[in-house]
Design a protein around this ligand. Sequence first.
Ligand code: MRU
Length: 363
Amino acid sequence: MLPTIEWTNDAIVMIDQRKLPASEIYVSCKTAQEVAKAIKTMVIRGAPAIGVAAAMGIALGMRRSKATGTKQFATEFQKLCDLMAATRPTAVNLFWAIEQVKRVFAEAAQGGCSVDEIKQRLEAEARRIHDADVASCRAMGAFGADLVPQDARILTHCNAGALATAGSGTALGVIRAAAGQGKNVVVLADETRPFLQGARLTAWELVKDGIDTTVITDNMAASMMRLGNVDLVVVGADRIAANGDVANKIGTYGVAVLAKEHEIPFYVAAPLSTIDLNTTDGSKIPIEERSDREVTHVGPNRLTPEGAHIRNPAFDVTPAKYVTAIITERGIARPPFHESLAALVSGQQAVGSGQWAVVSEEL
Ligand code: MRU
């Protein structure tokens, strides 16, 4: 697996996901502003990956600060946090990561650290967020693989893989772990209009890994399910509300409704940083509207006539009633989600049907 994002000496380096699979080009961001632009323009995308990028971008920007006093340094820090927060609204991992670096900043400043010491702590925190995501993917994969039968035809939507995280992916982490256990896994990848994350990114990743992958257009999923070609669905998430409603790439809701109709399990794999207990239900999740051009064009080619109105909501919300289970790095949450998610977030794990115990180990 190629690294999606890496902190080299003086830059944050990312593979340019807009160019895949045609070219494998790396973008070097030397300022926080360049990192913010890379998130906004989807050089890097996927909820956990943009959280990592934001934390690294803030730490990089602060490393370059010329401020000598902590007051000026704190003003610049707040500006960079605001800059990152304005890049994309839906994935809560972005705001979670900003909160992590803010906490580190506040603790260091209150502890009397110098500007140089705060710089070092911010960089260490960004690296910690990166490494924790790698570990989360691994743990989610292990929990999720247990849900995958020995022979499994798995449908996924968008890209919830290595390209969307610092590790092996959330949904694709589960698929990779199942394949790694010797299960016979074949994947149906929804192409995922309009940005084509499934056709371009999921297929690219899985083919590189030697996992049997078939790309279908989004409107083929219904028929594939009806014909009995899908055993389970696993997708990622950008934000999961306290009641288990799931915001994910536009089109996920349709897949979930279809899965229920055909009695196919619909799983969501996401780290705890995607769970937003402050948002009571999916109706409160902000949905990003992206540029018309993603819909009107494929590459340089125009598809739609001038004058037609365009809508481009980048995400939709799948109500909790369509979700069979949510796979996290701490275990699997099942309905009722308002109980199981709260228990997992507070450090407990399932020990039996409807029973919870405190987890002792640090994840
Ligand atoms: O607009 P994107 O490509 O950032 O949307 C990404 C998704 O919807 C993913 O499914 C989600 O972020 C989970 S990634 C592990």
